[in-house]
Structures are given as C-alpha cells and as structure tokens.
Design a protein around this ligand. Sequence first.
Ligand code: SF4
Ligand code: F3S
Ligand code: FES
Length: 259
Amino acid sequence: MKSITTEKNGTATFKIFRKDPSRDSEGRYDEFEVPVEEGMSVLDGVNYIVEHIDPTLSVRWNCKAARCGSCAAEINGYPKLMCKTHISDLPSQIKLDPMGAFPLVKDLVADVSSNFDIDRRIPGFSPRKTSEKPWVMYDIDVARSQEFRKCIECFLCQDVCHVVRDHSSKYIGPRHVVKAAALDMHPMDTADRSVLLTKEKGLGLCNVTKCCQEVCPEHIAITDNAIIPEKERAADKLYDPVLSLLDKFLNRTGKQGEK
Ligand code: SF4
Ligand code: F3S
Ligand code: FES
C-alpha cells in the first residue's frame, strides 16, 4: 500500500456517502480532493472538507483522540475510527460510509441510540450483602473485568457483526455481551446474565467469527474473553446440575476468585 503523500502531489481523493433521509430517497457519493499533510487522520481530512469545501457535510466527532467513539465509520469498507486512522496508511482513494448496521441520521452520522436502550435492559451490578469493608478483590478478578471496561462504545463491533446485521432484533451484539461479561465476572456480583443472553438475547446465534474483536480499537478480546466464556457459563448453568448447585453455593457464601 502506497503512502498518498507520494502520489498526486500530496492530495487524497475522498469519496463520501451523502444522504439526508428527510429529503433524499437515494444516497450518492461525492468526491473531494484534499491536500494532505504529514500525520493527518481521516477525520482531519473530513474536517478540511467541512471547513473549506462543503459545510453541509455531516460528521460526528468529539475527542479526536480515540476516546469518545463518536467518529466510527466504514473506511474503504472496514469499520474504523476516523480519528485513529492515518491517511498515510491508506491508498490515495478513500471511500467513507456511515456504519451500515444502524439507521442513518445524515451523511456519515449513524443513529446508535438503540445501543443505549439495549444497555439499560442488561441487569445491573448486584453486589452480595456483606459486612466486609472495604471489599477485598484478587488481582486476577480485577484484571478480568478491567479489560471490558476499556470499551469506548464506538459500536464498531456491532457494525461488523454479520449476525447483528442480519438478525439485529434477535441478537444483542458483541458490545453488550462485553458489558454483561464485565458484570458476570465481577467477584462481588450475584446476578447471572449469561442465561438471559442465551435464552432471550440471541447469544447462540453468534458463531464466533471473531470479526468483532478484530475491529475493536481498544483491542478487547471480545470473542475469546467475553463471548465464549458467557456461552460456556450459560451451558454450565443450563445443562450441568452439579455446577449449577456449586454456583448457587458459591454465591451464597460469597467465595471470591471463582465467579
Ligand atoms: Fe468499540 Fe470495542 Fe467497545 Fe465494541 S467492545 S463498542 S469495538 S470499544
Ligand atoms: Fe458477531 Fe463477534 Fe460473534 S462478529 S458472530 S459477535 S464473534
Ligand atoms: Fe473521539 Fe474519534 S473523535 S473517537
């Protein structure tokens, strides 16, 4: 892949999806030539277009530092954060689309609000009653759920998942399994979400393709550390009577490092 600064006198061609659903029935692609400087991100290029060429182009961003997740889009067909993707790592033609798994607001802005509704329906943290103060947690328990708390809610994993795209009403999606796993693996938590995910939220539809963990900008091992353990946890609870009894006993006694 060539650096674009060595081509076409340091310009890149941005081909950007345009549609305002309140006015247009069809979408189109508009092309823009953008002068490129060293270190420019795709988001810098889009902001150049908004500032210098077409102020009607809609884009959402906040931090420019890969922290807020709001600039998520499909760059040359691949779900990425625009602020974290350097133009120099791309070919000189850059095609931008909004995340296709979600309804379109306008141009590059997708409506991800359904995720916040799903999030509210996942049972919250339910600590066991204890007089122990402060709570003592083993390092391994902290590390296990800490990984999932790095999520910046960009929803790129939801966007790339073919099951979410095909069965969004049936499968809750990888981001939300990460949230459930973070709670389920907390040693003070007494609730279980894995059975709910399996029986009502379509976890069984996930066929562990791992596309979600490939696109995660926080490098969360979504499939390996959240989805597969939640599937296994549900299988134990639903089909293994001995483990089910043991789990109830551990929850009652509050034994840590076992959850
Ligand atoms: Fe984004 Fe990763 Fe969180 Fe998914 S798990 S929403 S890809 S940060
Ligand atoms: Fe989808 Fe990830 Fe499963 S991409 S199919 S949730 S492993
Ligand atoms: Fe915040 Fe890109 S602008 S993640």
